[in-house]
Ligand binder design. Structure first.
Ligand SMILES: [Zn+2]
Length: 239
């Protein structure tokens, strides 16, 4: 159900996700839309993506290198500015204070007014026959904890504060949920950019059909929200 939020016109957007491609799948049209309005777009990718291959000759080290390059190419297509990889092992991401601290450091450096991440409350969908990847849940949880209260509080991580990383309050969080949402973004004009960015992830979406599931998803969200094509989120305007 869509709530009556004012439109978002962010200056700085920080997307934080577990794997290379997560942000482009869940929010690529939205990120390209905000980039086209002049927003600075930054990505923070928490794992190395080193497990996402069925090719028996592929190694994690080679795949990590490939996926860094693919994500960099996708970011450029979206119109993004910077990307940081933390390179935790794919499939093993845990919600730790160390991870939260690294995310706080990024938030305090980039000072986003909008943070986009995965909704950690999605564990599975029986209707769709999907178990959410545990890295997605861990990423979303660590990011929410970092946004509130850790990045905001001066006395948290005093070593960061002393090194010049001043507290930062993020105004809005957009959670990629796929089941429930309260906010939609019109991606009619950036859908083709999203597809191009996804295709840059050759190891994952080399044969992506422009009119396949990615289109159906945008069409369904559009129909629910009065746009031709849309992406939708759980939006939290943090008090
Ligand atoms: Zn993922």
């Amino acid at each position: 159900m869509t709530m009556n939020f004012p439109p978002l016109e962010p200056n700085i957007v920080l997307g934080i996700a577990a794997h290379p491609d997560d942000l482009d799948v869940g929010a690529g049209g939205t990120l390209a839309h905000y980039a086209s309005l002049g927003a600075e777009i930054h990505y923070l990718i928490l794992t190395d993506g080193g497990k996402g291959s069925d090719d028996p000759s592929m190694t994690s080290a080679r795949l990590t290198d490939i996926r860094h390059k693919e994500q960099q190419a996708a970011l450029e297509i979206i119109g993004g500015k910077s990307i940081t990889f933390l390179d935790y092992p794919d499939g093993e991401l845990e919600v730790t204070m160390e991870l939260k601290k690294q995310i706080v450091k990024s938030i305090r450096t980039i000072k986003p007014d909008v943070v986009i991440t995965m909704d950690p409350t999605v564990i599975y969908s029986a209707a769709k026959g999907i178990i959410n990847h545990p890295d997605h849940r861990a990423a979303g949880q660590a990011v929410l904890d970092a946004v509130f209260p850790l990045a905001r509080d001066r006395l948290t991580f005093p070593d960061l504060f002393e090194a010049g990383y001043k507290p930062h309050k993020t105004a809005t969080v957009l959670l990629v949920n796929f089941n429930e949402n309260n906010f939609a973004v019109d991606i009619t004009h950036t859908f083709s950019t999203k597809v191009k960015a996804l295709k840059a992830h050759i190891s994952q979406f080399g044969n992506l059909d422009d009119r396949g599931w990615i289109y159906t998803m945008a069409l369904n969200e559009g129909e629910k929200n009065g746009y031709e094509l849309a992406e939708s989120f759980v939006r939290i305007d943090v008090n």
